[in-house]
Design a protein around this ligand. Structure first.
Ligand code: 9GP
Length: 839
């Protein structure tokens, strides 16, 4: 750290700085001065990007006032703080969100207009901060929004990837291709603050030696190896209706080695910059896998780099308060967002024992009172395991510590359960495979005081399946549920202005924005004809907005009066987009058979898909190819009277979700029961008055309980039956649903893209037959088609549909990220809000 200088004069002069004003004249002046001074552009040399940047800078100045106020308040009050460690933050765009949170959007709109521009145009200039894969990263962003809004002294820690999740392109053949997402382009990112004063060194490789410390005790010491520097970048997170402002601190890797002049002079140019490039590579790219662990060395290094820098920073701040180590758990709570930051557990133990000289048991007591762990998946392929030889090479001291943590844990375990080798093997942090593996989820359980799942069913499943053996030792209290939540600011207030206005006008205040339970007061209007009419009109506006987007970007015409049926999420076998497109083929073939009379009875449908596949996930990529191929055929078939359209929206991301989510009549959340831990887009759709077609899985179940089972279309095998069916299939083959059989034949017969393409789909179809239909598509198909029929029938009854749609929104109070964050604060972090002025 830099030498910190104090300046009384500066403190004094600070008093003379006027707070920024939010009237139109002041805003215009600020935008112009940022244009001229910050950007050095002039009135005859402008473009939308420049004006966006200038506007963003003006807003950021306002945010920074709150940011500074917040830091001062927390510094003075010195409360317990919470740190949310997450390898992913899927933030999306910042400008519109900040304008809403600061409640200055109208003033900015007018100011920008006066200067000759349209605010909506400028908002489109901003690149999404897409530092996450899907639900897990977006959840982290929602929780940061809630923590800021509720004035919790909470910071996020993450990595500043230079490339976020790739940009998806659907090529002319209908396949996904990937383009790097260089979001930190030459224009610069006005939403981050480089902190060149906040840097730490992070070590890799090397060896372990014994050393005698100041007290004359012998301690292990991690020596040698490579060092990389972590530099902080702060991203302010606006809160709503408060002067508090949150923060996400992202680490970027820099080389500690300077330019190698010797190689340069030898003419070896590549070599002269190799070290720099190598170090910086560490944080260059986000791994693009959702719910899938690949076990790459660079990823392990990212995880340690992240954890090491974050802990150094947390400890630096703690030491500034001159408190003793034993007070650390009273001042610091650390939440591990999935297993990705689990190395923080052995790392803190190492710091306390090797560097700070604490005894093992005292250190371990501190560690286990600081950390808590959120599990987000039970899928075996998603659970992180690191090979022991790789860990030994990159983190030799941590590997020893993990062995010791495991040894002491197993010793205690064995005292309770004697002579059960099998059981000890099953709970061991080390898996005795070849090579051995470190089971990160087990390490996280052993090193945390509380483990939580993310929806009721999921939290049960981790108790009865994933961590069932641990319950025997710890008892059930250590394992709790905190059902996920979403921020109503971005996902209703910002994304759905028409509904925002209708709700606010109807309820007579904006209280719902921070007290989402208030939405329950909409229930009494559910059968009110004139309210229903307004409600339907809002939905139509939002569908028209999406239809326009589809026309402009994809040149497909869709009728906003048709039923909009949407499934947008990462492409994964367990999410069963495959089942969806198979049912679309069934629908298409059915329409072909109908007479003109029968067709009049049919509800026109627009089936919309969106989502990225991991670049190396072959089957998921085939699913995309099948969807785009079916879309080609269906959309160009004039004989079906526009009764069906299929749209694949490329490059699904947060900003597109803001347009798509408010426009659904039906959204699909149809994972095989027991596989989707929670889902969070289900909450977003229902909050915006969309009905769900879903399985009895994840948070769908609690959504049903909150909004009423008559307001949701549910179907499919229940989670406790899945294992039996799989077992049965293994020995008796897959009983193929007859309607599904017809659909598969149609694909195989080349009805979609001809024979050549049909052969491409072979491996995809095989996932239903050879070795069993693991995700139960055949088993659920009939019920799925029935559910679709019910949807069709109900959509004709506009009044009943409107009533259900209203009751959907009205019942969603529970799913606010504010409720979820409060639960974390109360049940896990023992955290209280700090005191700061309201807006
Ligand atoms: O797959 C889950 C998803 O169901 C959940 O909503 C989200 C947030 O809790 O986490 C996802 N899990 C992962 O991405 C990997 O564990």
């Amino acid at each position: 750290h830099h030498v910190q200088l104090q300046s009384e004069a500066l403190k004094e002069w600070k008093q003379h700085i006027e707070p920024k004003k939010n009237d139109i004249e002041s805003i215009k002046k600020d935008i112009v001065s940022h244009t001229l001074e910050t950007l050095c552009r002039n009135p005859y040399n402008l473009d939308k990007m420049a004006v966006y940047q200038a506007t963003a800078h003006a807003v950021r100045d306002r945010l920074l006032e709150d940011w500074n106020l917040t830091q001062e308040a927390i510094h003075q009050q010195n409360p317990k703080r919470c740190y949310y460690l997450s390898m992913e933050f899927l933030i999306g765009r910042a400008l519109d969100n900040a304008l809403h949170c600061l409640e200055v959007k109208d003033a900015y709109k007018q100011s920008v207009k006066d200067l000759g521009f349209s605010l909506e145009d400028l908002l489109e200039q901003e690149r999404d901060a897409a530092l996450g894969n899907g639900g897990l990263g977006r959840l982290a962003a929602c929780y940061m929004d809630a923590a800021a809004t509720l004035d919790y002294p909470t910071w996020g820690y993450g990595l500043r990837y230079q490339y976020g999740i790739f940009k998806q392109i659907i090529n002319n053949e209908g396949y996904q291709t990937e383009v790097p997402d260089y979001w930190l382009n030459a224009d610069g990112n006005p939403w981050e603050f480089p902190r060149s004063d906040i840097k730490y060194e992070v070590q890799f490789y090397g060896y372990v030696a014994t050393k005698v410390n100041e007290k004359g005790e012998s301690r292990m010491s991690w020596e040698g190896g490579d060092k990389v520097q972590a530099m902080a970048y702060d991203v302010p997170i606006p809160g709503y209706d408060t002067k508090g402002c949150g923060n996400i601190r992202l680490w970027s890797a820099k080389s500690l080695k300077t330019f190698d002049f010797a190689s340069f002079n030898d003419g070896d140019y590549d070599r002269s910059v190799a070290d720099q490039k190598n170090a910086e590579n560490l944080t260059s790219v986000l791994y693009p896998n959702d719910n899938h662990n690949v076990g790459k060395e660079l990823r392990l290094k990212q995880e340690y780099f992240f954890v090491s820098a974050s802990l150094q920073d947390i400890i630096y701040r703690f030491k500034h308060t001159n408190a003793a180590w034993k007070e650390f758990p009273d001042k610091v709570a650390v939440q591990l967002n999935d297993t990705h930051p689990t190395l923080a557990i052995p790392e803190l133990q190492r710091i306390l024992v090797d560097i700070e000289g604490l005894e093992w048991d005292d250190a371990w007591d501190i560690v286990t009172r600081v950390f808590a762990f959120t599990n987000h998946t039970v899928l075996p392929e998603a659970l992180e395991c690191w090979s022991v030889p790789m860990m030994e090479k990159i983190l030799p001291r941590h590997m020893q510590i993990v062995y010791d943590i495991n040894l002491f844990f197993l010793q205690k375990f064995e005292k309770v359960f004697q002579n059960d080798r099998g059981l000890l093997n099953r709970v061991s942090i080390i898996e005795e495979s070849n090579p051995q593996q470190v089971r990160m989820a087990y390490l996280a359980v052993v090193g945390s005081h509380t483990v939580n799942g993310v929806a009721a069913l999921h939290s049960e499943l981790i108790k009865t399946e994933l961590f069932s053996e641990f319950i025997k030792y710890y008892g059930p209290e250590k394992f709790i549920n905190i059902t996920n939540g979403i921020t109503p600011r971005r996902w209703l207030y910002q994304a759905n202005p028409a509904l925002r206005e209708l709700i606010t006008e109807t309820l007579g205040s904006k209280k719902w924005v921070t007290h989402l339970d208030e939405l329950k007061n909409l229930k009494k209007y559910a059968e009110d004809k004139s309210f229903q009419k307004k409600w339907i009109d809002v939905k139509l506006q939002n569908k028209t907005r999406l239809a326009d987007w589809i026309k402009t970007h994809l040149d497909i015409s869709v009728d906003p009066h048709a039923l909009f049926d949407i499934q947008v999420k990462r492409i994964h076998e367990y999410k069963r987009q495959f089942m969806n497109i198979l049912s679309v083929i069934y629908r298409y073939k059915n329409i072909q058979l109908l007479s003109a009379e029968e067709r009049k009875e049919l509800t026109p449908r627009v089936v919309i898909f969106g989502g990225k596949s991991a670049p190396g996930y072959y089957i998921a990529k085939m699913v995309i190819k099948l969807i785009t191929t079916v879309a080609q055929v269906v959309n160009n078939d004039d004989s079906i009277d526009n009764l069906l359209k299929v749209v694949y929206i490329p490059d699904y991301n947060v900003s597109l979700a803001e347009i798509i989510v408010p426009a659904s009549d039906i959204s699909q959340h149809i994972s095989t029961a027991g596989t989707e831990a929670s889902g969070t887009s289900n909450m977003k759709f229902v909050l915006n008055g969309g009905l769900i077609l879903g399985t009895v899985d994840g948070a769908n179940i609690e959504i049903r309980d909150e909004i009423g089972e008559e307001n949701i279309f549910m179907f499919g095998t229940l989670s406790d039956k899945v294992a039996d069916i799989r077992h049965h299939q293994k020995y008796h083959g897959v009983p193929m649903d007859p309607n599904l059989q017809v659909v598969l034949h149609a694909i195989q017969a080349g009805e979609f893209g001809g024979f050549e393409t049909a052969s491409v789909f072979g491996p995809l179809i095989n996932t239903l037959t050879y070795g069993g239909d693991y995700y139960l598509i055949s088993a659920d198909f009939e019920q799925y088609l029935d559910a679709h029929d019910k949807v069709d029938a109900l959509f004709k009854d506009k009044t009943t549909w409107a009533k259900k749609s209203i009751l959907c929104t009205a019942g969603m109070g529970f799913f606010s990220a504010d409720r979820a964050t409060r639960e974390y604060a109360d049940k896990i972090w023992n955290l209280k809000p700090f005191t700061i002025e309201k807006k």
